[in-house]
Design a protein around this ligand. Sequence first.
Ligand SMILES: [Zn+2]
Length: 375
Amino acid sequence: MTPRFEFTIHATDGKARTGTIAMQRGDIRTPAFMPVGTAATVKAMKPADVRASGADIILGNTYHLMLRPGAERVARLGGLHGFMGWDRPILTDSGGYQVMSLADLTKRSEEGVSFKSHLDGTRHLLSPERSIEIQRLLDSDIIMAFDELVPTTSARDLQAAAMERSMRWAKRSRAAFDGGGDHAGRAAIFGIQQGALDQDFRKSSADALLDIGFDGYAVGGLAVGEGQEAMFGVLDYAPGQLDPAKPRYLMGVGKPDDIVGAVERGIDMFDCVLPTRSGRTGQAFTRRGPINIRNAKFAEDQGPLDPSCACPVCGNWGRAYLYHLVRSGEILGAMLMTEHNIWFYQALMADLRAAIGEGRLTEFANDFRTNYYNK
Ligand SMILES: [Zn+2]
């Protein structure tokens, strides 16, 4: 019988690990990159094409889905998988980050966060219990605990208070998940470590989460503008504060070189809007660094976006055509650029997994950086 959630580490290389998370809707190979499907769609891509790129799991956003089309409606329609046509695992965020960054007139209390929808001004409350209920109504496979975020530049006492409240909310999230009947028997829940850039706060947060016990642990509160050096500074110790037998997920990261550096520091899972959002604005990722296809130098360049890419876009169309599509505002331009970028990210993850498996991660990572930075 397929387990509810089982993480097996196949190989380690330094602090990096490669493995498989077995879940009822399918296996997730780690290190894994999860394309972001904000509003029940990975923007500009059909689910079958997302899968063909090598993605084992995608991410859905609680905040967006609760407002439109609404979690109860998705549940009446049979859950998020059937609704959007993706039958593999889905991780949903808790809505905590987005309610605090997108909603209007937010009011935080020990109960949760009340806010006005940025779409129609209606008032809602997002609490640990309601966040878990929404994620259950969506029939999410990996549910995230609800947490509170403050900028990494906030005063120290505010950071400590937000981290401590997040740990009380983690406990309430876990209790709400456990009370979820059938769903709790087939889904998993991750806790989120907070504590900004402070090693002691991070340690207290990790200890509180380990005490509650989760299926996996996210390193939260990073990639919010602190810069790569500060982020790597935290990642030098934060993954080691968490349970080594469980997956570690770095939320909202990142650029390809961020991912390589985070994998070297022991991270197993990632999500980011960058490959999809960049695709819609004309930026393509390549092994020689990102390029902007709108640049006039590509107007008559018939070569592929990335000569080393095996994606259907690079196999069929050249830079000159993509330049034309994107400059003309054609929908196909956004679709093809997105598809290439998603393939680029998945190919990078496959290469990282192979390098770890063969004990040559340092060599791979150094070669990757040399090529990526020296165009
Ligand atoms: Zn490509």
